[in-house]
Design a binder for this molecule. Structure first.
Ligand SMILES: Cc1cc2nc3c(=O)[nH]c(=O)nc-3n(C[C@H](O)[C@H](O)[C@H](O)COP(=O)(O)OP(=O)(O)OC[C@H]3O[C@@H](n4cnc5c(N)ncnc54)[C@H](O)[C@@H]3O)c2cc1C
Length: 414
């Protein structure tokens, strides 16, 4: 029986561990917090996942919240004008729904499942010496520790890292009692030029259904405003202030909102970095990085958990197909990362996410404006969140955008 160690019990680490167990592999998961600590702790993400990433969980039977968790059926886009107006406002349905299950709900359940299926779950903060020990006892060590310090073992890849600093001041506010959208449930995405972005969508948290507010403030701007917030109630008040000031149509849905719980808030910032996938320990042993540990994106496009699920899926199949051959051959390790980066579109998601952190170029503003009347543009934009490889030929390419708009206009006129 092959023995594999995974450091980091999060989206990618637990999903891969449970997948390997189903195929008879012996797994050790080392993670720094117990399920109880996670469940009782602070929110970590907004974790909205689209169809492909959800399907990878479903293939492994890990979708325990289908009945309970609200579905996200579509997405809307608004751009705020300087006078409180809304010059861009459109929405479209997802072909297949998205869903967000609070990681405080998901991870403890999956951790329990790893143990129930006979895996070793070690609650311990792993460091480089711990990786050395794991490397001696296992045929492969995967580092899936997300934004934690272990990522620094993997050298940054300058060619794939587009921004040299954090690009947004981030905040999360988990609330209940928000007025539901009419027509269908959705991610409401709002852009306030020069200030930042705000998106909100239904989710399942520890106390039941909720809405998750995500704030992406431009550094130094008025939405970069969390430094002096000391209490959960002050965090909620600041969230409401942002909506009252810049997004009146979103504020109107929030007359009665209350926090889901005192741990339903988060504020912080980090630099998006892509790293080399293989690190060499002082002993010469190699470890393989997965998901955020080696490909950390800003949450502006809600792709991190999706990328993590896609990476876990890619790594699972790469390991299975490897059969009895070495799992520490560097070329194979790099090819495994590439299976996620290229084969699952994690690289395309990263490129597109990094592009959205910059002021929108003229062709993107044109696309957003044209989508007010051309539903085909709205629909393509919304559905490409599931597989961002689709953005390359039109959203990221001025010529492609022009052709796509012309095509849609011609279709509408005929
Ligand atoms: C504000 C915000 C909003 C987001 N919204 C979305 C969204 O809507 N959609 C989306 O797809 N993604 C979103 N993300 C990103 C998403 O949450 C992450 O990309 C995803 O969780 C990454 O999965 P992972 O497996 O790499 O790491 P994680 O899920 O972070 O898991 C890593 C685990 O490793 C543990 N760990 C860390 N260091 C150590 C150590 N030294 N030893 C042992 N264990 C360790 C951690 O405690 C954690 O349990 C958001 C992120 C943020 C910050």
């Amino acid at each position: 029986m092959r023995r594999i160690a995974i450091v980091g019990g999060g989206q990618s680490g637990l999903q891969l561990a449970l997948g390997l167990q189903q195929h008879g592999y012996k797994v050790t998961v080392v993670t720094d917090r117990s399920g109880e600590d996670i469940a009782a702790g602070r929110v970590m993400s907004s974790q909205c996942m689209f169809h492909t990433a959800l399907e990878y969980e479903r293939e492994l039977g890990l979708n325990y919240w289908e009945a309970e968790g609200p579905y996200v059926e579509g997405m809307s886009m608004s751009i705020a004008g300087p006078d409180g107006s809304r010059p861009v406002h459109w929405s479209a349905r997802l072909e297949r729904p998205a869903q967000a299950i609070d990681q405080r709900v998901k991870y403890p359940r999956w951790m329990q499942e790893v143990e129930d299926r006979g895996g070793a779950l070690i609650i311990e903060r792993c460091d480089a010496a711990g990786l050395e020990r794991l490397a001696k006892e296992h045929e492969l060590v995967i580092v899936a520790s997300g934004k934690g310090d272990l990522k620094d073992l993997f050298p940054a890849s300058p060619a794939r890292t587009m921004h040299g600093q954090p690009m947004r001041a981030l905040a999360l506010t988990y609330v209940k009692n928000m007025t539901p959208r009419e027509e269908f449930t959705a991610v409401n995405f709002n852009i306030v030029p020069g200030v930042g972005e705000y998106f909100v969508f239904p989710a399942l948290t520890t106390t039941g259904a909720c809405e998750i507010m995500v704030f992406e403030g431009l550094p130094g701007g008025p939405m970069d405003c969390w430094g002096d917030v000391r209490t959960p109630q002050a965090h909620l008040a600041k969230s409401r202030w942002i909506l009252d000031t810049f997004l009146p149509w979103e504020a109107a849905r929030c007359q009665d909102v209350a926090l889901t719980d005192d741990n339903g808030t988060l504020a912080g910032r980090f630099q998006p970095v892509v790293r080399e996938p293989v690190a060499r320990l002082p002993s010469g042993a190699r470890v393989l990085g997965m998901a955020d540990a080696v490909c950390l994106n800003d949450p502006i496009t809600g792709q991190g958990s999706n990328n993590a699920s896609k990476a876990a899926h890619a790594y699972l199949h790469a390991i299975l197909e490897r059969g009895r051959e070495s799992l520490t051959d560097e070329a194979w390790m790099r090819a495994t990362f590439d299976r996620a980066w290229t084969g699952e579109g994690v690289g395309a998601a990263t490129l597109w996410t990094n592009a959205l952190l910059l002021p929108p170029p003229p062709h993107v503003l044109q696309l957003f404006g044209a989508a007010n009347t051309l539903g085909g543009i709205a629909s393509r934009f919304v559905n490409a969140f599931d597989d961002p490889r689709d953005f390359g030929g039109w959203f990221l390419d001025p010529g492609g955008a022009e052709r796509f708009i012309a095509e849609q206009q011609a279709g509408a006129a005929s």
